[in-house]
Design a protein around this ligand. Structure first.
Ligand code: ADP
Ligand code: G6P
Length: 355
């Protein structure tokens, strides 16, 4: 079929371990693109897909080649490439990018089985989220932008304890054991993908409270690759400088332990990057406008858009700290990237029509 190149789908990859805030990130992202994403209407209620006017988010667990029983029998985890069908992942992401609808499998997280497939039509923006969006080089090459959510072990542990102990009644020992069991495969197959990411959001324990192990106050780093087409890294005050900023003066209410920003050029896996860090948390979210006004290259459409987005979703986890702030900023940068790609294609097709 002939497909107008101006309408080709833009493909975004989001990699992270399970339970590390991908769904929260997706809700912030689709909100920036305009409109909440919802499960497909009238389909399988256990579908992992989210659809909005502009964006379709698919979960890469749907490309498990082994179901829960199969994994148990073969003794492999879901993180193991042998439990995943990268040929099909590549074929289908490529087809969608070329404007062709596909019948994508569904991995049912409730039953642990593979359900009958669902039809995925090419959207304007396709987000592939999951454990392996940058693992296979063919899939990686299809990505117009890639993000890795890097949650440090300490923080992962703290979040898992909050959720699994409080909500699911698991014991501390069993949570520790399940994290330890996943770790070798996580280190071998998931973590190395961060070297390919255009943006990494790193979540670490705070340095503002000595020996903190609560995992409530966070130090969050936004690592942005230099030289990526259609992506100009955000900066604080003066591009390329090294700046440490404690904004708790006359304009910002800060209680213990305060807020610390840091901005600096760095090297990350032998790539030049810009790094913006926020340690601590906001006391009053409406005052975020003060921080926003000191950041540049935010790709906002109007003054205060970052603050507005953060206020709109103040009930999401991480809204008072760098996780929410940087997820929102990455959302704005992706919207900008998408608009630049579309404008570039439109200009190219006008030029082609003149020949
Ligand atoms: P995923 O989609 O990767 O499984 P979710 O977005 O559902 O992750 O988040 C899983 C859990 O992790 C949430 O219920 C919450 O407890 C915790 N969490 C996620 N993001 C944050 C955050 N920024 N700050 C604190 N806790 C978070
Ligand atoms: C990961 C995968 C899921 C999988 C889960 C448990 O979180 O993303 O798809 O269901 O591991 O795997 P298990 O083999 O225990 O069912």
């Amino acid at each position: 079929a002939f497909v107008c190149s101006a309408e080709k789908t833009v493909v975004i990859g989001l990699a992270a371990d399970s339970g590390c805030g991908k769904s929260t990130f997706m809700r912030r992202l689709t909100s920036v693109f305009g409109g909440a994403a919802e499960p497909p209407k009238g389909g399988n209620p256990d579908s992992n897909t989210l659809i909005s006017d502009t964006t379709t988010v698919i979960c890469l667990d749907d490309y498990h080649s082994l179901d829960r029983t199969g994994r148990k029998e073969k003794g492999v985890t879901a993180l193991d490439p042998r439990a995943n069908n990268f040929d099909l992942m590549y074929e289908q992401v490529k087809a969608i990018k070329d404007g062709v609808a596909v019948e994508k499998p569904i991995y049912n997280h409730v039953t642990g089985l593979l359900d009958p497939p669902e039809l995925i039509k090419p959207p304007k923006i396709l987000v592939i989220e999951g454990l392996h969006p940058m693992y296979d080089s063919r899939v990686r090459d299809l990505l117009d932008f890639s993000i890795y959510l890097d949650i440090s072990n300490e923080v992962k542990f703290a979040w898992k304890i909050q959720r699994d102990m409080a909500e699911r009644g698991h014991s501390l020992e069993s949570i520790k054991a399940s994290i330890e069991a996943r770790k070798p495969d996580f280190d071998a197959y998931i973590d190395p993908q961060k070297q390919y990411a255009d943006a990494v959001i790193e979540v670490l324990p705070t340095q503002l409270i000595p020996d903190d192990n609560e995992g409530k106050v966070l130090r969050v780093r936004l690592i942005m690759k230099e030289g990526v087409k259609h992506f100009a890294p955000v900066y604080l005050f003066d591009e390329g400088s090294t700046i440490s900023w404690i904004p708790c003066g006359r304009k910002l209410t800060c209680s213990y332990p305060g807020i610390n920003f840091f901005y600096s050029p760095e090297t990350y896996f032998s790539n030049e990057v810009s790094m913006l860090e926020m340690d601590g948390q906001f006391e009053r979210l409406d005052e975020l406008i003060y921080v926003e006004s000191h950041l540049s290259n935010l790709s906002t459409k109007f003054y205060g858009e970052v603050t507005q987005q953060m206020l709109k979703h103040s009930d999401f986890p991480g809204s008072n700290n760098g996780t929410g702030l940087f997820q929102t900023i990455v959302g704005l940068k992706i919207r900008d990237l998408y608009e630049q790609i579309v404008a570039e294609r439109a200009a190219a097709s006008v030029a082609a029509a003149k020949l």
